[in-house]
Design a protein around this ligand. Structure first.
Ligand SMILES: [Zn+2]
Length: 423
């Protein structure tokens, strides 16, 4: 067994033991506080950015956004790797700088986050994910199909454990390029973006027992469609460049990975928050109070699975995609993605997919599938108009487009803002 696999197995057992130990909210808080103390005293201070901040409290650290992170990249990782070196290596198609693995987020071009991570950390990530997704591994054998951006090599090595067969399927080629290969592989577990799960669910003979959705927002429409076809519950894996942030439990409820990450929450609009995260398991590149772009709807209701980890009712999209529309007397009105999404989807049961894009200060483009009955688009547009009026943006023009495209080489964002107010 090589060292990398040893890291994965150690993380796997640690995560399982921890899950047994952290029974109550109090257990989680205590354990996290201890890990955080160590992280703030001993780990962050190894980087120039936080040198001299030993013993600081979490609130003493500055909030880190993507721009600050990229501008101070070399001071935020222990090896002093500069951003330009990572960027250049990525552009050459390489996946390492020296011994460190590198990667980038799938954000819009020009604004993509990059990261460095040690091999040990990558395999720790794998071990944690397996512990949270395959509770009976390594007792039971598993055949895992992964169609996720950026994880090919990692999982190719993981296949060496013997009790675990893992195959990577290249998202950028589209589902049709490997549909048959996937069926021949006959996975019992699949992790893929919801659009891929949707496409695969139609395939005869494809019946995995464990279905995980990752890398993109899981819309309730996707969930219903995939669960209906495959007859199993879809569990969400909430992940980002920034790490493994949450995993859905057997009851289909997403729980944040508070056993590895401290989440702070900033309110955004009604009932939604955006997380700041501090990952106390990573030490190559420090991720402290990092501001995520995501919009979460939290819930304090207990989960039937008994987990004390924070429950998330929905990941509603990204802060970048919050509409900024012109309202009464030229005031700017913010509309979160869930509001426009619900208006359109609830307008008619026949709507199974949609795109809603803000293209100007007072212009929104609504797209629906081509094969819908002719009365559906009008109903959807009327419902969208009513929702925008209610929220204080009555003068918005809604343009309708027939036909939907699903990109496989990048993230699908059904609600998107493609217009930015001039500054
Ligand atoms: Zn649960």
């Amino acid at each position: 067994m090589n060292l990398a696999i040893a890291h994965a197995l150690a993380a796997f057992w640690r995560t399982k033991r921890l899950a047994r130990r952290l029974r109550t909210r109090g257990d989680v808080d205590l354990w996290r506080a201890a890990r955080l103390r160590h992280f703030l005293r001993k780990v962050i201070t190894r980087t120039p950015f936080y040198a001299g901040m030993s013993g600081a409290r979490l609130d003493d650290l500055p909030i880190m956004d993507k721009q600050t992170l990229l501008a101070n990249f070399d001071k935020l990782n222990v090896k002093g790797v500069p951003y330009a070196a990572v960027r250049a290596a990525l552009d050459r198609g390489e996946e390492r700088v020296g011994k460190l693995f590198i990667g980038q987020s799938t954000g819009t071009s020009g604004n993509r986050g990059v990261y460095v991570i040690s091999e040990a950390e990558r395999f720790t990530w794998l071990g944690v994910m397996l512990a949270k997704t395959l509770p009976d591994f390594p007792l039971a054998r598993h055949r895992v199909a992964l169609a996720l951006p950026g994880y090919s090599r990692l999982y190719a090595s993981a296949a060496e454990t013997g009790r675990l067969a893992v195959r990577f399927f290249d998202l950028s080629l589209g589902v049709d390029a490997w549909r048959h290969e996937l069926r021949a592989f006959a996975p019992d577990t699949i992790v893929a973006p919801p659009k891929v799960l949707r496409a695969l669910a139609e395939m005869p003979g494809f019946r995995p027992a464990n279905v995980f959705s990752g890398a993109e927002v899981l819309d309730p429409l996707d969930r219903a469609m995939v669960e209906d076809r495959l007859g199993v519950r879809v569990r969400e894996i909430y992940m980002a460049t920034e790490g493994l942030l949450g995993v859905g439990c057997a009851h289909g409820v997403l729980h944040l990975a508070e056993d590895a990450v401290v989440f702070e929450f900033e309110p955004v609009g009604e009932n939604l928050v955006s997380p700041l995260l501090t990952d106390f398991t990573r030490s190559t590149q420090i991720m402290a109070r990092y501001r995520m772009n995501d919009l979460l709807r939290l819930s304090d209701a207990p989960c039937a699975c008994g987990s004390p980890l924070q429950r998330v009712d929905a990941v509603e999209g990204r802060q970048d995609d919050v509409f900024q529309l012109v309202g009464h007397e030229g005031k700017s009105v913010m509309v979160t993605p869930d509001v426009v999404r619900n208006a359109v989807v609830d307008a008619d049961r026949r709507i199974q997919d949609f795109r809603i894009v803000q293209t100007g200060p007072d212009c929104v483009v609504l797209s629906l599938a081509q094969d819908l009955a002719p009365d559906v688009p009008a109903k959807a547009a009327a419902a969208l108009r009513a929702a925008l009026e209610k929220i204080g943006a009555p003068g918005v023009a809604i343009e309708f487009k027939s036909g939907l495209e699903t990109p496989f080489d990048r993230k699908l964002r059904r609600v998107r803002r493609e217009w930015w107010s001039p500054r």
